[in-house]
Unconditional design. Structure first.
Lengths: 113, 112
């Protein structure tokens, strides 16, 4: 099993540009999470999907952030327009039904200049 | 509301010495507790978990943690650390299957 796959691994962009982060969860897992990790705020849950449906998006910072899960094998997190304070490592994680163990991807390091 | 406190941001220790990474949580109801490890430039990996039953849980690489309800703690211990244990360790708590609340992390630095 390839594990959770995230792309790109690194993204450098200028303020104001649109950024799209991608995630492929582990096959068969029915829950997907997007987290953000920064030095100041640690690990924060941004949004949680169950069976492709957004269940909890209370952690999404503001309207500039949006997430979609069009099917069970793909999710995107979009930031438009990006700002320097969005610089962070963004993790995707998936969870099989009935389990408490979340499997994390390697993360995308986003730098907004 | 639940919260997790990891008081030590960094713990330096010599190789083969014992180590304890502290974790305290606050919750008025029963919770599930986890330790995750993050190696440099990687995602988080589950190290061990307490869901129910025995209060002492162990990982395959020699770490153990003990759930102490009266002290609301879930400290992580290893009797003899290796250089390869150098990583950041996160304690996490949840009441549900999905909303993990993470502590701020403890960086374990093992020196030769």
């Amino acid at each position: 099993d390839a594990g959770v796959i995230q792309s790109p691994r690194h993204e450098v962009t200028e303020m104001g540009q649109e950024v799209t982060l991608r995630c492929k969860p582990i096959s068969g897992h029915n829950s997907l999470f997007w987290y953000r990790q920064t030095m100041m705020r640690g690990l924060e849950l941004l949004i949680y999907f169950n069976n492709n449906v957004p269940i909890d998006d209370s952690g999404m910072p503001e309207d500039r952030f949006s997430a979609k899960m069009p099917n069970a094998s793909f999710s995107t997190l979009k930031i438009q327009p990006s700002e320097p304070r969005d610089s962070a490592v963004y993790f995707c994680a998936s969870l099989p039904s009935g389990s408490y163990e979340q499997y994390f991807g390697p993360g995308t390091r986003l730098t907004v200049t | 509301a639940q919260s997790v406190t990891q008081l030590d941001s960094q713990v330096p220790v010599f190789e083969e010495a014992p180590v304890e990474l502290r974790c305290n949580y606050s919750s008025s109801v029963s919770v599930y507790l986890f330790w995750y490890v993050q190696y440099p430039n990687q995602g988080l990996q589950l190290l061990l978990k307490y869901l129910s039953g025995s209060t002492l849980v162990e990982s395959i690489n020699g770490f153990e943690a003990e759930f102490n309800k009266s002290q609301t703690s879930f400290h992580l211990r290893k009797p003899s650390v290796h250089i390869s244990d150098t990583a950041e360790y996160f304690c996490a708590v949840t009441r549900s299957s999905y909303k993990l609340i993470f502590g701020s992390g403890t960086r374990l630095l093992v020196r030769p």
